[in-house]
Design a protein around this ligand. Sequence first.
Ligand SMILES: Cc1ncc(COP(=O)(O)O)c(C=O)c1O
Length: 436
Amino acid sequence: MNPNTLENHWMPFTANRDFKSDPRMVVAAEGMYYTSEDGRQILDGTAGLWCANAGHSHPLIVEAVTNTIKTLDFAPMFNFGHPEAFRLAATLAETFPNPLNRIFFGNSGSEAVDSALKIALAYHKARGKGGKTRFIGRERGYHGVGFGGISVGGIVANRKQFNTHLPGVDHMRHTHDPARNSFTRGPVPHGVELAEDLERLVALHGAETIAAVIVEPMAGSTGILPPPVGYLERLREIATKHDILLIFDEVISGFGRLGTPMAAHYFGVTPDMITFAKGVTSGAIPMGGVAAADFIYDAVVENSETPIELFHGYTYSAHPVAVAAALATQRAYAEDGMFENAASLETVWGDALHSLKGAPNVADIRTIGLVGGIELASRDGKPGARAYEAMKRAWAKGLMIRVTGDIIALSPPLIINESQIGTIADTLKEVLAETA
Ligand SMILES: Cc1ncc(COP(=O)(O)O)c(C=O)c1O
């Protein structure tokens, strides 16, 4: 076998044929930059994949991971434990809004979502409401790639290749309304009435059949859709009224992405569960999980007729090395004031990206926190082609961006400074000018 071949690796969510004909490889990372295989410094406009919020190879995280792998490489968490896992849960309980104090660990956002959906079912069953089994998601939602996640998710391509989903799932309409909301900063002005979709679905299916509604407070992977003003508040009211659990999927929006610990803080709305991953370890080691309200844990645990209360968990739940990475990441966020840095740069970031209004083919720009979406007009009959070309051109100019369809999605590490924000905007300006 040729060890230099690219053929054996079946790459995830990638145009394999195109990549392998023109690879974009990184070999090292530090702070705000990747190093490409040909030795160039690449400014990270995407925090890797929305995860390296603390910047790359933060010394605290590197040290914690290195020490832990030497002392405790693995610990079984079924009927055994290790102290740092409990310390991390207590630390995270401080980060999540009250009463989300019970932390269940997995390894990814997809697992976090599956865990949250199962916890919702177990919660209702424990209260004698086992008929509440439906889930409500939203069009254009992204909740990872497990069967639970693609069922409640609403990204068309991620669903239609597979056909089979969880039964009993319905979707609210998405909130993208470019005719009324365009070139926006923060929550968008129009669309609060779309939250009434939840009331309509309750009327259609009956509240006694619905377990939970899951939304990203700010839809990320679909191409940055900040919620309409008042929308999340209204979902909260309707969910509470009908005894439906409200789940915020904060895999992207958590850990300082919007300049607050969680998006729940940014919007001032407290859900019943939050799913998290990515920024919890700044991407250094895989970890994800669910923060559940005390009353959910109490209902499942206190009412249990079996010694084990929840028949769910992963071999690598609270893996010691991931726990060490997460604890060090939380320390780095606090000691370096990273959430504060993100918050203080929200206006500068918005100004820089909105300066691209008027650049060729720019149809819309949406910014919130340290997140930005630049929507390009699609080429006739070739959706996604223009943004994909822009991504390649940016890479050639030393900037890593992410594209989804014809939307450029930006989410730099929270340690970014004003000059680097300027570089992102300047590079994109050149890229857009060259991408006809
Ligand atoms: C909101 C949301 N949920 C879940 C996931 C899935 O996370 P993972 O890729 O770690 O499974 C993602 C990934 O981007 C996400 O954005």
